[in-house]
Design a protein. Structure first.
Length: 119
């Protein structure tokens, strides 16, 4: 099993930047990819970005492309989401999810971290 824990959320002003972290633990050798999602009250969960665990290939949702950047550190245990030029509409609970090798679905989620963008 793989466990995820997000951190780094908070309250920021429009135009600010914020970096979220997602730490993976457990059987990390079985990870295929880790993705970031967000969910605002009354809205569906939205895909933001994904990174392949071994190769590092990335993909982004249209709403955050060119503003958000996903990366992982050299020890391979932490995935970051660098968020720039934040807007009030970025306010949401942010989650990371993991897909394991040969799994067609997300296998585990973190508990979430709240990001609030307000002047």
């Amino acid at each position: 099993q793989v466990q995820l824990r997000e951190s780094g959320g908070g309250m920021v002003r429009p135009g600010d930047s914020l970096t979220l972290s997602c730490v993976a633990s457990g059987r990390t050798v079985s990870i295929f990819s880790i993705s970031w999602f967000r969910q605002a009250p009354g809205k569906e969960r939205e895909f933001l970005a994904s990174i392949n665990w071994r190769g590092g290939a990335t993909s982004y949702g249209n709403s955050v492309r060119n503003r958000f950047t996903i990366s992982k550190n050299s020890d391979g245990a932490t995935v970051f989401l660098q968020m720039n030029s934040l807007k009030p509409e970025d306010t949401a609970e942010y989650y990371c999810g993991v897909r394991l090798v040969e799994s067609p679905k997300y296998n585990a989620w973190g508990q979430g971290t709240q990001v609030t963008v307000s002047s």
